[in-house]
Each structure stands twice: as structure tokens, then as C-alpha cells.
Design a protein around this ligand. Structure first.
Ligand code: GLY
Length: 393
């Protein structure tokens, strides 16, 4: 189990040594029709009772967390809820992607039904993307839909997965094949929880923040580059502000295309390549964010080839600057067979009947979908992203 280790102890000390705490960044609003809009707050977990009340959620709460996050953050949440006069029941599932399973879904459902539910009982998902997807799917289906509150504790879930209503579990045939759209009633992303993340996981989530900037906010990309040192030191005010801006990009995309009929697919920038890398490297060898970072490098090269109308050589402006940012998050590329990677892309669930679909950039901050991409462009994109430095291993 991960507790405050030497690697993150420094970050926690940083957070405490900054003198007066900065005010939290303003909430992001996700505007959806039919009264289904909600706020994403960037405040301490202890503010949960106030925010629950604001959205009409009174009384007891059922918290789903995992065995890593629970010991770190459940007490802060449960103490605040109890101090507010609420009863709290909590279940911790094993940490990790393997909990997005029918088995753990059954465990959550059995446990929740054992608490004696009614349709107003909220499910609070305290954790990263796995807990959010699993608890969210349970909330979507129990009694045909319980109120869901996301309390994301990882970079990736604060900027991406807790916003937009995607919930689900994996099937042996593939990831996220069983699920539902179920929008939360509120999201409370406590910036302090990011201080307890292992460094690899923190940086992995930054890949999704960089992705949001590259697809639709060139200014945010500039700021991430400028504030890089403070961000990777997890300086609290800088981190909270950038996470908030990256979350705001997600909110705008979800508002425009809640069910992924079009624009929401742009959030898959780097993912067609990235999912193939994850799969071929063996799940768990690369984090999702690492695979997406390498995938974005490939997608940038593809963007350059499509702009040039021929197989591109080295990247030119502005894709070279974008790549310099992404490359900071990319791990040493694994040695993988390009043909197998391309075959793995063909089985991605996001492909369309007409073939592979890639998200490419026309400019930093301007993304579009590309289909009918020439095979040599894809090959060159793999070669670019997976090139090993001369003399490197
Ligand atoms: N993470 C991609 C989406 O929510 O659509």
C-alpha cells in the first residue's frame, strides 16, 4: 500500500511551507440540458457536506474508494460528513484496473443493496479513474440510477475522467465495453489529494492535461510549458490553476457533445496510437498517460505529414514546440513491432466502419478527425514516436 513515501514527502512539505494558502480556483460549470448541469469544485474534501447540500443531497452517504486511496483520504471525508450529522458507509475495492470487473461490480452492488438504499442515496466515488468508473456504473444501474458524486484524487480523474459521465467496467473482449453515461450531480476535486500521488501517476495524468491544451487551448499549452518546473514540483497554486483550466476544456467539450457523436472524439488525441501501445506493451507496462504521451508524439507526426501531403521528416512549427512539451512526459519508447501495433489499432473500439480514425492537429489548439490516412504516414508516425535516442538502449 502506498503511504507518504520519501518521494512525495517533499511535495507535502512544499504544500505546507507556502505560507498563506491561496484561495481555491473558481468552480468549473458543466452546462447540460434538462437540469443535469453540475459544478466541478476545487476545494478540500471537508467541504463535501456543504456542496452535497447545495445539490439537494441530504442524509447518509455511501462511499466507494480503493485500498490505496481509502487510508489516505477517507477519514477527512467521513469525519466531515459525520460532523454534518450524516451516516457514512464505505467500501474499499482493490486498487488498480483489475477492479473494473464484473466481480467488483457485483461486490459494490451487493454491499450497496445491503445498506438499504433509496433513490436519493448518493454514491460518492473517492479515488481515481477506476473507482470513478466502477462506482459510477454501479450508481447508474442501482435502482435504475442513484445520485453520483465524484471525488477524484488523481490528476487524470480531476482533469478528465470524473467529468462527462462516462462510467463502466472492462470485459475480457476489451476495455470499457460495458458501461453507461451517468452524469454526476457534482464533482469535488481536492487539489491537496494530488500531493499524495506517486510521481509516475501524477505525471501520467499531466499527459491528459497537455492533451486538452493541444486540442483546444493554445494559451494553456503555453502556460503549461512556462510553469513546467512549478507544476512538476506540484506547487499547489500552480497545479490547482492548471488542473482547473484543463478540466474546463473537458467541460466545454462535454457540453458540446455529451454522447460522443462528434466533437468529444477529439479527446482521443493520441489515443488511437496510445491504446495500441498499451495493448502491445502488455497492460500495466506503460501507464495510460505514458502511452498517450507516446501516442501524441505519433499523432503530431501524422499531423505534420497530413499538412505536408507527404511523409514528414522532422517536425516544424508549431508541432515541434508541441512535441517538446509532450516529450517531457513520454517514457523511453518500448521496442515494439510496428506491424503488430498497426494491427492492434484496427481492433480499437473507437474505430469506425470506414476504417481507422485519428485525431490530428491543424494547429496547436485546433484538432480535427482524419480518416483514410495513407499507411506510410502511420508507419512514419510510429517510427517518429518510437525512435530511440542514438546510443540509447
Ligand atoms: N476521456 C474521454 C472522454 O471522456 O470522452
Amino acid at each position: 500500500m502506498f503511504l507518504y513515501g520519501p518521494q512525495t514527502g517533499g511535495h507535502t512539505a512544499d504544500a505546507r511551507s507556502c505560507g498563506m494558502p491561496s484561495p481555491p480556483p473558481p468552480a468549473v460549470r458543466v452546462a447540460l440540458p434538462d437540469g443535469r448541469g453540475y459544478a466541478v469544485h476545487f476545494e478540500p474534501l471537508a467541504s463535501a457536506p456543504r456542496h452535497l447540500r447545495t445539490v439537494g443531497l441530504e442524509g447518509r452517504a455511501l462511499v466507494v474508494t480503493d485500498e490505496t486511496v481509502g487510508p489516505l483520504h477517507l477519514d477527512a471525508l467521513a469525519d466531515a460528513l459525520r460532523a454534518d450529522g450524516r451516516t457514512v458507509a464505505a467500501l474499499a475495492v482493490p486498487a488498480g484496473e483489475s477492479s473494473k470487473s464484473e466481480r467488483q461490480l457485483a461486490a459494490v452492488v451487493d454491499w450497496a443493496l445491503g445498506q438499504g438504499l433509496d433513490r436519493q442515496t448518493p454514491i460518492l466515488a473517492l479515488g481515481g479513474g477506476v473507482v470513478g468508473d466502477l462506482a459510477g456504473f454501479a450508481a447508474a444501474t442501482l435502482l435504475r440510477g442513484l445520485p453520483l458524486v465524484h471525488l477524484p484524487t488523481t490528476t487524470i480523474s480531476q482533469v478528465d475522467s470524473a467529468i462527462g459521465g462516462k462510467t463502466g467496467i472492462n470485459h475480457r473482449a476489451g476495455k470499457n465495453l460495458i458501461g453507461a453515461f451517468h452524469q454526476p450531480r457534482l464533482v469535488l476535486a481536492d487539489p491537496a489529494t494530488l500531493q499524495t500521488l506517486p510521481d509516475r501517476e501524477f505525471r501520467s495524468g499531466l499527459a491528459e492535461a497537455v492533451k486538452h491544451a493541444l486540442i483546444s487551448d493554445a494559451d494553456l499549452a503555453e502556460r503549461i510549458g512556462r510553469d513546467w518546473a512549478a507544476l512538476t514540483r506540484r506547487q499547489p497554486d500552480v497545479t490547482a490553476a492548471l488542473v482547473r483550466e484543463a478540466a474546463a476544456v473537458k467541460a466545454v467539450v462535454v457540453e458540446a457533445d455529451e454522447r460522443e457523436a462528434g466533437e468529444r472524439a477529439l479527446l482521443n488525441f493520441g489515443h488511437t496510437f496510445g491504446h495500441a501501445l498499451e495493448r502491445e506493451a502488455g497492460y500495466g507496462a506503460l501507464t495510460h498517460g505514458e502511452a498517450v504521451a507516446l501516442g501524441m508524439r505519433a499523432a503530431l507526426h501524422l499531423s505534420e505529414s497530413l499538412r505536408a501531403g507527404r511523409v514528414a521528416g522532422p517536425l516544424t512549427a508549431p508541432f515541434d514546440r508541441a512535441d517538446a512539451l509532450v516529450a517531457r512526459l513520454a517514457p523511453p519508447p518500448p521496442a515494439l513491432d510496428r506491424g503488430r501495433l498497426t494491427a492492434a489499432m484496427q481492433s480499437d473500439k473507437k474505430r469506425t466502419a470506414s476504417g481507422l480514425r485519428f485525431v490530428v492537429l491543424d494547429d496547436v489548439g485546433r484538432a480535427r478527425l482524419a480518416t483514410s490516412v495513407p499507411a506510410p504516414f502511420v508507419q512514419a508516425a510510429w517510427d517518429f514516436a518510437l525512435a530511440r535516442p542514438a546510443g540509447g538502449g
